[in-house]
Design a binder for this molecule. Structure first.
Ligand SMILES: *Cc1c(COP(=O)(O)O)cnc(C)c1O
Length: 354
């Protein structure tokens, strides 16, 4: 079997959850959208089922999948519904929709709910992507609160710059949220991972932790807020071919790497079709049998080449691509993106749960 394996450490996931919950101080929802950022939503929610106050997914089908796998905790659909008939499914599976615009509100009010429902009413506090504008928020709130089926309204907004510690925008958004919602009853939810770790004023009643839950800092730079997280996923593969590259020879598509001296190369089973970023990737760090090395040449679809630095390394050597030792944030930065995208793109790797 092809050796590409994403080892998912569920103990680390639980530890991160409890750490973030303690940092936050109130309720904490685990964000498990996009198959738990590539970690496997069912296994991750089951591992957190005893501890988590609730879960957040992007849309209906993601929520139904969790219910069908025995998850009983509250589940919020962060994008809300895409057509009125989806409210019947929310009703049937006890899923809490976000309501973020007039269309969703109108259709929500038109549906005859059979069970009580919790609604997350979204405010646009500055991201200008979704949510009611501050001037329209109270009207929407009062309209929805008149619906007899509505048991709770969670007032929510989303932060656009919380990962940037220099930015003043988080304070601004939090102020807009407070001013708009303080006279309205119900719980509040503002903080994402970066808010939970670095902006105590954004904590309110319910935090929504995504990336940090998986042990990855939401910040670009290492800082005092990111120290206690434990990476949940470690992606490893093996060397399945080796050769000597003579001084002056090149390797791989485009011949972008030229050997400055004789060196040994290992061919490893992982490429961009598995989600490893292709650009620019030359020189990305890897760990081979516990020793640091690097990717050389261009990443191909199914494989890539690494430098073997130790005579003991060869066919069968284990190569860590990211995880406990190699920071996925560093890989992402070198490739001009963020850890979130790299993790979500992972495909074809088999998952091994610890
Ligand atoms: C994805 C998402 C989160 C989680 O964000 P992280 O930065 O991964 O913690 C929180 N809230 C909303 C509305 C989201 O869409």
């Amino acid at each position: 079997m092809r050796p590409l394996t994403a080892t998912i450490n569920l103990h680390h996931l639980q530890d991160n959850y409890l750490y973030l919950k303690q940092q936050h101080g109130n309720e904490l929802y685990a964000v498990v959208k996009a198959d738990a950022y590539g970690h496997g939503a069912i296994k991750c929610t089951q591992a957190l089922a005893e501890d988590a106050d609730g879960f957040a997914v992007a849309f209906l089908e993601e929520g139904i999948e969790l219910r069908k796998n025995g998850i009983a905790a509250p589940i919020v659909l962060l994008e809300g519904v895409f057509s009125p008939d989806e409210y019947a499914e929310c009703d049937r599976f006890n899923l809490s929709p976000v309501v973020q615009n007039q269309t969703q509100l109108r259709e929500f009010m038109r549906y005859a709910w059979r069970n009580y429902v919790t609604v997350w009413l979204k405010l646009d506090s500055g991201m200008r992507r979704a949510g009611f504008m501050p001037a329209d928020y109270a009207v929407a709130y009062h309209a929805i609160s008149r619906n007899k089926a509505v048991q709770n309204i969670v007032k929510m907004t989303h932060l656009s710059c919380a990962d940037d510690l220099q930015s003043l925008f988080t304070n601004y958004q939090n102020k807009i949220f407070d001013t708009t919602t303080q006279s309205l009853g119900g719980l509040s939810s503002v903080a994402n991972s970066a808010g939970i770790l670095a902006h105590p004023k954004t904590h309110h009643d319910i935090g929504r932790a995504g990336i940090a839950l998986y042990g990855i800092s939401p910040f670009e730079e290492e800082n005092e807020f990111s120290g206690s997280l434990k990476p949940v996923m470690t992606l490893t593969t093996q060397v399945f071919g080796e050769r000597v590259l003579r001084k002056g020879e090149t390797v791989g598509y485009g011949s972008i790497f030229r050997a400055e001296k004789d060196m040994r190369l290992g061919l490893i089973a992982c490429g961009y079709a598995d989600g490893y970023p292709r650009i620019p990737s030359n020189d990305n760090p890897v760990l081979i049998d516990g020793k640091p090395s690097r990717v050389v040449g261009r990443v191909s679809m199914d494989m890539m080449t690494v430098e073997l630095t130790d005579p003991s390394q060869g066919i069968g050597s284990v190569v860590e691509l990211w995880g406990e030792n190699i920071s996925v944030t560093e890989i992402a930065q070198r490739c001009g993106t963020i850890s979130y995208e790299v993790l979500c793109h992972l495909k074809r790797a088999k998952k091994a749960y610890v």
